[in-house]
Structures are given as C-alpha cells and as structure tokens.
Design a protein around this ligand. Sequence first.
Ligand SMILES: *Cc1c(COP(=O)(O)O)cnc(C)c1O
Length: 389
Amino acid sequence: MDRPPLGPAEIVVDLAAIRANARLLGATAGVPLIAVVKADGYGHGMLASARAARQGGADWLATATVEEALALRADGVDGPLLCWINGPRSDLAAAAGAGIDLTASSVAHLETMAAAFAGRERPARVQLKVDTGLSRSGAPRADWADLFARARAGEEAGSWRITGLWSHFACADEPGHPANDRQERCFRDALDLAAEHGLRPELRHLANSAATILRPSSRFDAVRCGIALYGLDPAPGEATDIGLVPAMTVTAPLLMVKDLVPGDAVSYGQHWVAEERTTVGLVPVGYGDGIPRHATRPGAADRAATVGVAGRRRPLRGTVCMDQVVVDLGGDRPPVGSEVVVLGPPGAGGPTAQDWAEACDTINYEIVTRIGGRMARRYVDSDVEGSAS
Ligand SMILES: *Cc1c(COP(=O)(O)O)cnc(C)c1O
C-alpha cells in the first residue's frame, strides 16, 4: 500500500484522522455519508482513504471517474460506490457488473449506457445528475423531462434502476451566497419532476463538505464529503469548526546550511537578494513534488510561504525549483538532517494546507491534491484501539 520512495521527502497520512472525520461528518449530517476519494484521495491515497472512511462508518464511497471506481473494486473494496465521470473509453459494462453506480447527465449518456448494458441479466445501477446552477455536468433544466422519461423507459426495459438523483453546489463555501437557495429550490423542482415521471430514486443528494456543515436543509438522503474527510476546512472563515482533524503531514530533511552575505542572490532569476548576513537551508521538495512555484513571487518576499525548521517557521527565498527550495534560517544553523515540516496539522510546527493555499492564492484542496511527485507515502494509525470495525 505504501509507495516506494523516489525522494527524501515523506507524506504521512494518519488513517485514524480520516476515520474520525468520517464519523464526525456522519454524526453532523445525520444521514449516510458518501466519502469522496477521487484524485487519489485528494493526495492521501485512494485505497487507504476509502478503507479508513468505511471504518469510520461511511456507507458510500465516491470517485470522479469510472476508472477510479473500478480500481477500488480491483483492490477489493466492495459496498456502495458512486462515480460520475465516464468517457468514450470507460468500461461501463464492467462498472455495472461490479455493482458501481454510474451517473448519467443526458439522454445521450443513457443511450450509451443502454447499449453497453445490452445482454446483462440484472439491471445496472444508474444515478441521474441535474444541473442546478454550476453549468458543469448535469442535465440543464430544459432537458430534465426528456432525461427522466428516457430513464423511466430504461427501468421498464430492465436496463437499469435509477438509484439516485443528485446535483452539485457552486458556492457552498459562501453560505450567504444567493445561488445556494436558488440551487436548492431548483433541485427540489427536479425531484418533483422526476417523481411525476415515475422515478423513485432512493438516494437524493446535493451537499458537498461545506454544505454538509453549513446548510442542513441540503442534506437530503446523503451527503458527499471530500475535503472535510481529510480534515481540511471546506469554507475558511465560516462556522465550520466541528472538530475535523487534518490527516496529512509532509516532512523532509534539511540537506545543507550555508551562509549568505549582503548581495548574495538566491535561486533561478536571482529574484531574492540578501540584504543582511543570514543563513539559508536547502529542502529537497519542489514543484516536481507538488510545491506550487508561485509559493514565492518576485518582489513579494513578505508573502512567501513558510516551512517549519527545528520548531520555527522559516520563509522560502527565491524561486521554487523542480526539486528543491531554499529557506531563510535567519542566521541559525540547525543540524543537517533536521526535520523540516513542509505541511501539517496546526501545532505540528509547520504551515497548514490552508497556510500554503493563502500564500499561493489557491484553495487547500489544490495544495494537498497536488502534493506527491517523488514523495514516499506512509500510513500511520494514531488510534489503533479505535480501528476495529
Ligand atoms: C469533489 C466533489 C465532491 C466533494 O466536494 P468537497 O467540497 O471536497 O466535499 C462532491 N461532489 C462532487 C460532484 C464533486 O466533484
């Protein structure tokens, strides 16, 4: 399950945190949890995250792609499993055979599925997705009647059972945004119209992590939580503190310490120049490992990302390289080999995923999902006693 290391940095994932977060989200929602483990479990490892979420009581798992869902099945993960992206090369028949819930957003999707399922003895499991305001996947309102009619016809023909009906929020991380009310009303309209067409989907779901915590009216029959499962805040600045525990810590060894005198420039482009004597340290992580290159920007040294070295936060200096970053040690000389906390929970001595996100003008999702590259990934379980399921 652990990946072989190709570099000296390490991602440590605490499975107890994922388990505890799943329990917490399930308890908060009061309805079944659909644990979202797409994109390699947001950088935490898809299989391990899936197993931990299940141990924490997640009834359902979800991936984005059919291929991710099939990979989970190949690794022995059974039970309810939903996916929502399939392409021309996706093996829909295999997914149906593996009991995976597929998602259709259009009549054309349903026609493709009907062809792929021809000859199956048992109806496949299909969920319908409606667009309520994201204008991404999902059927637009004008197409709902046709979609529901074709879905119902397929049920009568024995091709599938429509097991769910769902949609996705655009602004759940801004609870005061008027789009949330509009989308929820729109979703209720879709549910009514589906019922008029004779559909009885048992799983109606709309909420992502932010809505699960901030918008009780959107919980319906289940909630789809990704980022919160990994312990990160889905809506920084909002009332989201339910006690989630970040699962990821990234560490690397300090490889070298050197002295700089005024005028010495650091890294490609020599954008950062020492104004006084200082010491700098070399840390073997870079954009090849998912450290964003815009964690430092020319002329914005005061906003540079930091890492934790020997218990203190130290700013990155100069351009982030593919394999390394340089940090300002301010004249100190921690021993080579000292542990550098590149990312971790609050209190771990380094920046949080949210700190990185703010330094890089992005969201914590992107930070943890891109972390990886050559890093080894190791799983720990801080709560072995509680792991029996
Ligand atoms: C990624 C995703 C989720 C999970 O969102 P979080 O904000 O991480 O909880 C839920 N639903 C869909 C459709 C998604 O693509």
